[in-house]
Design a protein around this ligand. Structure first.
Ligand SMILES: *Cc1c(COP(=O)(O)O)cnc(C)c1O
Length: 364
């Protein structure tokens, strides 16, 4: 089976984890601090605060910016549910806006139309590893006096206008098993604001400023030493893996026929956490079945927009988002991970092309 994701765990990772296990210190120790420093340094960011997941990073970042009850946060209608769930978990209300069809990211004009007097922040998502139009998003934020909290869970190492995502402002990352680098479960809040970083450190640890002195309500969002040990080793390999992903994506772009391949904005460096094509005309299920029959895994990230989720319908969070809906019907992510061989990439492309030509293909 050619898998959609394959964590790259080698001897170095095994040694680092074993050393952490043998160190006698399993939480809140030197490895977490070292991973934070290395991550901040790698991105060119000022502060990094390690947490237990990408979702935790978003919740902590929202809290750290004092976003909560009564506040609205604008989220793209097409994203992983965690982006908006985090807003709800922080006690605020997600307000949805449509996406740009070329990049699957928050459309700043649509976001502007969703701004109300209650809006506190924009939460753009760098979906699949492609940064959103940060120029337009920051312009809107400035015009309307809004904060920007980036969901960069899929975009570790991506950049916009030469600046690595997370090198300014506040951004959240995930190290879940399918992400570009992994700690099993894990996340990071990255910020250039010292106060936000200080608050995030308190918020990840029961809201305690001092040991056992609770000042603000929060939970336990700490990262383990074991996870941090893994993360530090993985981080050193990130650039090489991102380069592999970009090469794999370029090869697929070359070989695929009859589908709309991923676009890369002139100001962006895409890191292809996912390589996502559009399969139009309701043929996605047939194409996926054909790939499965040929031992190739593919996934539709995501088949439902947020406003199509039962929870969001129950909460009355909706609107009209035609581009998000079209994306949900058409997207299909193909294997692009760094461990793929040339033969495997060629097989993915050949079988996708074959699936399209047998299911009554029409050029997308
Ligand atoms: C993975 C992901 C998250 C959540 O990260 P976890 O580590 O799984 O909690 C949030 N947003 C996006 C876009 C993601 O891909």
């Amino acid at each position: 089976m050619i898998r959609i994701a394959q964590p790259q765990i080698g001897e170095e990772e095994e040694r680092a984890v074993l050393a952490a296990l043998r160190s006698g210190r399993l939480a809140q120790g030197p490895r977490v601090a070292e991973f934070e420093a290395a991550f901040a340094n790698h991105l060119g960011a000022r502060h990094a605060v390690a947490v237990s997941s990408g979702t935790a990073a978003l919740v902590v970042a929202l809290h750290a910016h004092s976003i909560g009850p009564g506040d609205e946060v604008i989220v793209p209608a097409f994203t992983f549910a965690a982006s908006a769930n985090a807003v709800l978990l922080a006690g605020a209300r997600p307000v949805l806006a449509d996406i740009e069809p070329d990049y699957f990211t928050l459309d700043a004009e649509r976001a502007e139309a969703a701004v109300t007097p209650q809006t506190r922040a924009l939460l753009p998502v760098h979906l699949y590893g492609h940064p959103c139009d940060l120029t337009a998003i920051h312009r809107l934020a400035e015009t309307c006096g809004l904060l920007v909290i980036e969901d960069a869970c899929q975009a570790i190492g991506a950049s916009w206008l030469g600046n690595t995502v997370g090198s300014s402002g506040t951004a959240c990352f995930s190290f879940y098993a399918t992400k570009s680098i992994t700690t099993g479960e894990g996340g990071m809040v990255v910020t250039d604001d010292e106060n936000v970083a200080a608050r995030a450190r308190v918020l990840r640890n029961q809201g305690e400023h001092e040991r056992y002195v609770t000042e603000i309500l929060s939970g336990n969002y700490r990262m383990t030493e074991i996870a941090a040990a893994l993360g530090k080793v993985q981080l050193a390999k990130l650039d090489g893996w991102n380069a592999n992903r970009r090469e794999n994506a370029a090869r697929l772009n070359e070989l695929l026929e009859g589908v709309r391949t991923p676009q890369e904005h002139a100001d962006a460096v895409h890191v292809y956490q996912q390589y996502t094509v559009r399969v139009a005309d309701g043929r996605r299920d047939a194409v996926q079945q054909h790939l499965r029959d040929h031992d190739i895994e593919s996934v539709a990230y995501y088949e439902r927009c947020l406003h199509q989720q039962p929870l969001y319908q129950e909460l009355g969070i909706g609107g009209s988002f035609p581009e998000a809906e079209r994306a949900a019907e058409e997207v299909l992510s193909l294997p692009v991970h760094p461990a793929l061989t040339d033969e495997e990439l060629e097989a993915v492309a050949a079988q996708l092309n074959a699936a399209l030509s047998t299911s009554g293909a029409r050029r997308a």
